[in-house]
Design a protein around this ligand. Structure first.
Ligand SMILES: Cc1ncc(COP(=O)(O)O)c(C=O)c1O
Length: 288
């Protein structure tokens, strides 16, 4: 079941994580969970919840943390669907096994997966089909996942949604502060979302194929020029605020001094490789 009353993933995180944890619950945060999830978790902690951080993408460490943390309340795992600074997915298959073993939910912020990743990835369509996001891409069963997505990246519209077990969505709609005490999304955004979804229904596969091709071309061209891209097995783009566009991060000592001087605030650290400071961002779109 899906609820789409929110304007931003940011609202959802601030609403949902305290609600999921309650006063007595525990949130198990991947250490690289997006800052907005960390903010939502901090708010949950302020209301009494317990927070446990576990090493990035480490299913075994997560299991050990769950094993050693007793809780009277709910226990919820919190992670991204795709890690934008590295362009790779969360270890969701492993997390889901752990979640099943301990009977807990997983909150997935899939801002960068929705509209890009989808089911049945293969040689002709490396990002998969349908744009349903990371859960479709990894063929994950529903049931233990609260899937939070944003239209603000691949669709270019500032709206967000939550999908999850029906009972949980009912509870959310009746209790979440930004659903109850905030005005609904504005009509122009809703109209833009409808238009973007129509474009997606008609051209989605074509645009995703083109995006994958332009990603491959860009990476190969940069490599030829001696620019080290952040290692990225999947080459998932990091969604930007316009339809079908993505950007990629490059790093390496050659660029470090120059970029640190030029953009002191822009020193992104790659979660995939903490020793690399990513320093340049390249933007590519599906336009020919
Ligand atoms: C992983 C992730 N989650 C959430 C957001 C914020 O989404 P929204 O603009 O819908 O609040 C971003 C924005 O860049 C993001 O990268």
């Amino acid at each position: 079941m899906v609820s789409a009353k929110n304007k931003h993933v940011t609202h959802i995180a601030l609403d949902l994580l305290p609600l999921l944890a309650g006063k007595h619950g525990t949130l198990f945060l991947d250490e690289w969970a997006y800052p907005i999830s960390q903010e939502g978790a901090a708010l949950a902690a302020h209301r009494g919840a317990h927070l446990v951080s576990f090493p990035h993408n480490e299913g075994q460490a997560l299991a050990a943390a769950l094993q050693s943390t007793a809780s009277n309340g709910e226990r919820v795992i919190v992670c991204n669907g795709v890690y934008s600074a590295g362009g790779y997915p969360a270890a969701l298959r492993s997390f889901l096994r752990v979640a099943g073993e301990f009977g807990v939910l997983i909150y997935v912020d899939d801002a960068h997966g929705v509209g890009i990743l989808g089911e049945h990835p293969g040689p002709g369509c490396p990002y998969g089909r349908g744009g349903g996001g990371i859960c479709a891409y990894l063929s994950l069963p529903a049931g233990r996942i609260v899937h939070v997505g944003s239209l603000s990246k691949a669709f270019g519209v500032p709206l967000a949604f939550v999908a999850g077990p029906a009972a949980f969505i009912d509870y959310l709609e009746a209790n979440a502060g930004t659903f109850i005490h905030s005005s609904p999304p504005d009509l122009p955004s809703l109209a833009a979302a409808l238009a973007a979804l129509q474009v997606h229904a008609r051209y989605g596969e074509q645009l995703r194929t083109r995006l994958a091709q332009s990603t491959a071309r860009l990476r190969a061209g940069l490599h030829q020029q001696g620019i080290n891209l952040v290692p990225n097995r999947q080459s998932f783009p990091r969604g930007c605020g316009c339809a079908g566009a993505g950007d990629w991060l490059a790093g390496g000592s050659n660029y470090q001094a120059k970029c640190l001087n030029s953009y002191p605030g822009q020193n992104y650290r790659s979660p995939g490789n903490a020793s690399i400071n990513t320093l340049l961002r390249f933007h590519s779109s599906t336009d020919p």
